[in-house]
Design a protein around this ligand. Sequence first.
Ligand code: SF4
Length: 436
Amino acid sequence: MRETTDLFAEPAEPDMPAGAFSVPRSLVALAETAILHRDPERFALLYTLIWRAFRGEKHILEDAADPLVRRVQLLAANVRRDIHKMRAFLRFREVEEPEGTRHVAWFEPEYFIVEANAPFFVRRFATMRWSILTPYRSAHWDGETLRLGPGASPAEVPDDDRLAEYWRTYFSAIFNPARLKLSAMLSEMPKKYWRNLPEAEAIPDLVRAARARTDRMIEAPVLSPPRPTRRTAPPMPPTVPGALGALAREAASCRLCPLWTRATQTVFGEGPGDARLMLVGEQPGDQEDLAGRPFVGPAGQVLDRALTEAGIDRNHVYVTNAVKHFKFEPRGKRRIHATPDRAEIEVCRTWLDRERALVQPAVTVLLGASAARAVLGRAVTISRERGRPLPLAGGRGIITVHPSYLLRLPDESAKAREYAAFVEDLQAALRLAGGG
Ligand code: SF4
């Protein structure tokens, strides 16, 4: 072991190049985050921490009482929080350029996080052309290459556009006055970010009106009156009159998340508007995307067969998806299904919530984990919760597998077993809805 205090003075080990040394991987990860802080002492703090690890304190990070460790961990925690805020509160606006639409966002991070956060936005918005502008750095993505540039000013971001309008509409739609907790809202969405959030414009009015809306919600009946008989109804055509049709037409131009950019069209739900049974899947597949109707591809055929065996007429059921646009990865000429992420499910839920509010089904069947997350607002383990009635606002729910899961099973006996269990779950839903 050398006696100098210079980490880079000479090789740490005889077979290492000059300036190279080794410290625990967890320390490297901590240093990579903490160094993004603005604290001018961060370099000295990190140098000392690494020096101590190098001098033999290999487990120094396990000593939570060490003041140096605590200080560096606090820096890293602040940076991680800033990274999270940027992901949550960044809002793109549309700019038309000769090459096509560019999405531009302005954000003021507290720390030097743009470089560390850019790969997240590349993954998240891989198919969009976008620029993120901040006072110290800008990041630009053209669909293939990420470029980092100098800082910018807010004047370089367009003032207003359709995306901003969607954020305002979306926030107003999900705002629940009965759950208004101003302090929690301010800690989740600090006021300093409001000026860059289009939906924040709606907050003062929504808060002022919250009391009156809450009173109206309390007075309104929670359960719809029982429907004495089920009626036969044909499948809903693409253009239907009434509130569901108006909602479908509204959703047809939805741009709330980037999934619309590559899909053919919004695939809205279909079925009678007073169905006692609603089936919720994950998202349209390749064939549904082209046809504009839910469950018409291979998984839809499995579903149709299982519904028939369960004694359910699909014409009596409202069928929809948690996410209304097809998410896929191109592979050659094929479009391979990609699972919608939590944020996409959360944003698209505005349509599902409004469909459910209009149809008011007695029983909602949640086909797979994405549907369950959309309706229940939490992650579920299908094998643990399937087949059991769950309380839902205005009705009940039953979780089961998605029919595409049955198609993916490799061996025939597992397929037969799982298919029979799927039919049983549908029968349980029918009984719960008072139809079997
Ligand atoms: S997936 Fe849903 S939220 Fe996203 S654009 Fe389509 S309809 Fe809108």
